[in-house]
Design a protein around this ligand. Structure first.
Ligand SMILES: NC(=O)c1ccc[n+]([C@@H]2O[C@H](COP(=O)([O-])OP(=O)(O)OC[C@H]3O[C@@H](n4cnc5c(N)ncnc54)[C@H](O)[C@@H]3O)[C@@H](O)[C@H]2O)c1
Length: 257
């Protein structure tokens, strides 16, 4: 499938990795891009900069009706939906037992699973339903879904039980989703980023960012959001990539802390 002339649905598209995907898609000649994000202000500012091929639909991906409305608005404006890139995600760091021996909050655990895993599954299933109505291309493809996990799916750190479980769930469902959606001609891939320089590190003091930059094996720096967007474009382009997880991490393996 080609990025050029495709209609791309990007959750978390207002910031960080999702924003890079939105920009790359517009430069790459996408017919239309929908920014599906909770943050309406940032999404609107990006749309104002990029022009009328960008649609903003304020959406909480953990709300089934809002996801349905975002898919419907995309099809109404651009005529179809070809590619879904699911970047929306949250992290709540919390040790399973705190220093006083108190157990972690169950609502916090459920919230992370609700957004990162259940919300992403809802985005996949509802956008796949729209893709299944497309005319297939010469390869029989009707669509491509790309989910964003994390290296924390494999080497989760202290305090990341919920986040790692949610991202591990995305890794685990990549193959069965690709098997489920194969009859519709829809491929499913997952990217597991390492340490990429996005607003999630804005809170961090400069020395922490400096320290994190030394963690990857090579190159010794944080990854750039456009390196994520380039991998997304390569996955869209390459019809033989399906049912697999790709680490984008400069060989980093996260230590316990
Ligand atoms: N940056 C990294 O180093 C890194 C590493 C591994 C995985 N990831 C994953 O990549 C994805 C993007 O992260 P980022 O670094 O670009 O973060 P970010 O905070 O810059 O962007 C995340 C976006 O998701 C949106 N969002 C959050 N909850 C939402 C919801 N319920 N519904 C709709 N939108 C919602 C936010 O408003 C924000 O615009 C996340 O899933 C994150 O877990 C990032």
């Amino acid at each position: 499938m080609q990025l050029q002339d495709s209609v791309v649905f990007v959750t978390g598209g207002a910031s960080g990795l999702g924003e890079a995907v939105v920009r790359h898609a517009i430069v790459g000649g996408a017919k239309g891009v929908t920014i599906v994000d909770l943050s309406e202000d940032k999404a609107n500012a990006l749309a104002a900069e990029l022009g009328d091929r960008v649609l903003v639909v304020k959406t909480d991906i953990s709300n089934e009706g809002e996801v349905a409305a975002a898919v419907a608005a995309t099809v109404a404006k651009f005529g179809r939906l070809d590619v879904t890139v699911s970047c929306a995600g949250i992290a709540i760091a919390e040790r399973t037992l705190d220093r006083e021996g108190q157990p972690a909050s169950l609502p916090n655990y459920a919230k992370v699973i609700g957004v990162n895993l259940i919300g992403t599954f809802d985005v996949v299933r509802q956008s796949a339903a729209a893709m299944s109505k497309n005319e297939p291309n010469d390869e029989g493809e009707r669509g491509v879904v790309i989910m964003t996990a994390s290296v924390a799916a494999f080497d989760g750190q202290v305090g990341q039980a919920a986040y790692s479980a949610s991202k591990g769930g995305l890794v685990g469902m990549t193959l069965p989703l690709s098997r489920d959606l194969a009859p519709a001609g829809i491929r499913v891939m997952t990217i597991a980023p390492g340490l990429l320089d996005t607003p999630i590190y804005e809170f961090a003091p400069p020395e922490m960012k400096e320290q994190l930059s030394k963690t990857p094996v090579f190159p010794k720096r944080l990854g750039r959001p456009d390196e994520f967007a380039k991998l997304v474009a390569a996955i869209i382009d390459n019809a033989y990539l399906n049912g697999e997880v790709i680490r984008l991490d400069a060989a980093v393996r996260l230590p316990p802390k």
